[in-house]
Design a protein around this ligand. Sequence first.
Ligand code: NAP
Length: 446
Amino acid sequence: MIGAGVSGLFMAERLLRAGIAFTVYEKASDLGGTWRDNTYPGLFVDVLSRQYEFPFRPNFDWSRKFAPQPEIQAYLLQVARERGWRRHIRFDTEVVEAVFESGRWRLRTSDGQTDTVDVLISATGFLREPKLPDIAGREGFAGTAFHSARWDHGVALEGKRVGVIGSGASGIQIAETLAVSGTDVTHFVRRPQWIHVRDNPRSTLLGRLALRLPFAYRFRSRQLWRWLGGMDLWRTQPGLARDAVALELAKPLEAMHDPELREKLRPRMPVGCVRIPKSDKNYYAAMELPNAQVEVRRIERIEPDGVCMEDGTLLGFDVLVYATGFDAQAYMRPMRLIGADGVSIEECWKNGVFSYRGVSLPDFPNFFMLYGPFSPVNNVPIPIGLDQQTDYILRVIDAARTRKAVAAPSREATDRFVSDVRRKLPDTVWTGCPNWYRGEGDTEIL
Ligand code: NAP
């Protein structure tokens, strides 16, 4: 397996229980994936904490309704200790090449070693490769600059002028946190977002104790999942519910005192077509603080001293944060992946990424992806999706072992699946505007 993030760890537990020998190759020095890499101030999980835990390891002690990043990473490290997962992980080992030869996968790692395995599972995540903005002059900035997923905690922000470029889920949480902490912050917003402003209350002692009661935990989790399923139909079906979501999300925007700022931040794209950032400090109120500015003019270039706007105004900065997202279409790449008959993943995905049911590909036998193309859709909490995908992969592995065969979806089955997605997609929110769910080159696939 490649990757020791949430997906890889989930699968590790399943493989341990199934008694299947495995190795996890992890290119970093520790586990946790996105929760290890993203440490920016104000980061919290955007689904209920309890929906983000492994179903086989409840946690009754989340400090808040939506847990902050350090707590999630600590939970992952704790569960890894309890379950002995580390024994199976080879840290600082990047798989640079995987080739399907004579019915098995030959792996080459960054340290020059080779291994041969029967089944290869890619658990590399999909928001892993940071994307820096292609703004002229970026390299020449004389202050400190870093991507949101590579936060430089060595830089003290007190008394500094900080620019945050990007207003997705990361940029919103960073800008509001810096503003509330009194930092002089300018938030560059290219496309105003629909933002879900909501409280993030501390959990109470009584609530934590109640979860420990027999059946209480299971009951509440099940109720929540059912409720969530009902709630999220607005993403897949047009109608009044979708309009109601837009009206509800706009309430904190309408409550802004400054009418000019309110219009600057008014979204002009359909609700839900990009993933809705979650704000637990009321982003709109935070941007009205005297130490916060919102900039919606187009950025012309970056100068050594700051950011030059389209009208020639130069805004001076000491620190620039690029909250400019990820290459969500990379998946396991840049790893070289060569399937049956020498077909490369580049060739397979030349018209855009796709998969059979989010987990496999024709021409890539005994190869599986966790949260592969079509899986990251945001209406199912990731552990729930992983529960289904890991179960499915194990059933396929089991069937292949019984038949002493390798497993891959047929082209026909994959075509049918992709056609089905294509047919259903126009009704969903995801086609409403450019977003990271759909790459730039996937026009032929979707
Ligand atoms: P993102 O959603 O892709 O947002 C990137 C932002 O950068 C957008 O506002 C984009 O503007 C802007 N941008 C990109 N290039 C630019 C340029 N050259 N000039 C100006 N602006 C530029 O990335 P993200 O905020 O890191 O979030 C990615 C995903 O990570 C989220 O959708 C979510 O799934 C996940 N996430 C989750 C959590 C959580 O669970 N709490 C927190 C953070 C992130 P445009 O909109 O105009 O393109």
